[in-house]
Write a protein that binds this ligand. Structure first.
Ligand SMILES: Nc1ncnc2c1ncn2[C@@H]1O[C@H](COP(=O)(O)OP(=O)(O)OP(=O)(O)O)[C@@H](O)[C@H]1O
Ligand SMILES: [Mg+2]
Length: 230
């Protein structure tokens, strides 16, 4: 079987002054289709660096990274952005919505770059916003929405091109606990429908929603456990 994510000895270094920071230090990670994985670990342990490489926003210095069988570590920028548009939905802690666009237009944005029929995409965008309880807010701009509503728009945007992999870097980091639970219930539902999800979180309560929890420290995967309840 082909993994959605397969990294082997993945390394990313940053030179700061005279020191070299091993942000990722020989990381081996396999994620199956349909998996729901939480990545935890102290601040600076390499979680976002890992997500950025998996999201094709950054490239590794050493080792292999395969996404759906394709060797990302050897791709140029154009190939990386094409893979990103086709395969990956990315949700950030701080939403990253365009302030001048309405909720609906923000959700439609990835369709400009993805190979998706525009009518079908627009239907999908409305359906996603509807499902996220946002149908009354599609004409609102980000500053007219609450934090939880902004994150819902960002999640709809990340899913509009139907990417096989959803990456989320602290998706509930800026949200209150009630909204966080709603977002996690949504992730659980999406995962039950087959969506592969990898998310970073600092909170045990959030990590509990995942099937597997990976613990990072100093750029390495320190240990991993399976959630019995999930
Ligand atoms: N662009 C960069 N230049 C230099 N060092 C960097 C850069 N990006 C990350 N680092 C360093 O790499 C290490 C890992 O950073 P990363 O952002 O992946 O941590 P993190 O686990 O996501 O932390 P947090 O929980 O605070 O978000 C840190 O020591 C950080 O200082
Ligand atoms: Mg981070």
């Amino acid at each position: 079987m082909q993994y959605v994510i397969h990294t082997q000895q993945l390394c990313r270094y940053f030179e700061v002054g005279d020191t070299r920071v091993h942000a990722l230090d020989h990381v081996d990670l396999c994620v199956d289709e349909g998996d729901f994985v939480a990545v935890m670990g102290p601040s600076g342990s390499g979680k976002s660096t890992l997500m950025n490489i998996l999201g094709c926003l950054d490239t590794p210095d050493d080792g292999d990274c395969r996404l759906l069988g394709q060797l990302v570590s050897e791709m140029d920028d154009a190939q990386l952005s094409s893979l990103r548009n086709q395969y990956i939905g990315f949700v950030f802690q701080s939403f990253h919505l365009l302030p001048r666009l309405t909720a609906l237009d923000n959700v439609l944005l990835p369709l400009r770059y993805a190979d998706v029929d525009i009518t079908e995409g627009a239907l999908r965008a409305r359906h996603l916003l509807d499902r996220l309880g946002m149908s009354e807010r599609i004409g609102h701009r980000p500053n007219q929405l609450s934090g939880g509503q902004r994150q819902r728009v960002a999640i709809a945007r990340s899913l509009v091109a139907a990417p096989p992999l959803l990456l989320a870097d602290e998706p509930t980091g800026n949200l209150d606990s009630k909204t966080s639970i709603e977002i996690m219930d949504l992730f659980t539902e999406l995962n039950q429908e087959g969506q592969t999800i990898l998310m970073v979180t600092h909170e045990d309560d959030i990590a509990r929603y995942a099937k597997r929890v990976i613990h990072m420290r100093d750029g390495k995967i320190e240990r991993e456990h399976v959630n019995a309840a999930a």
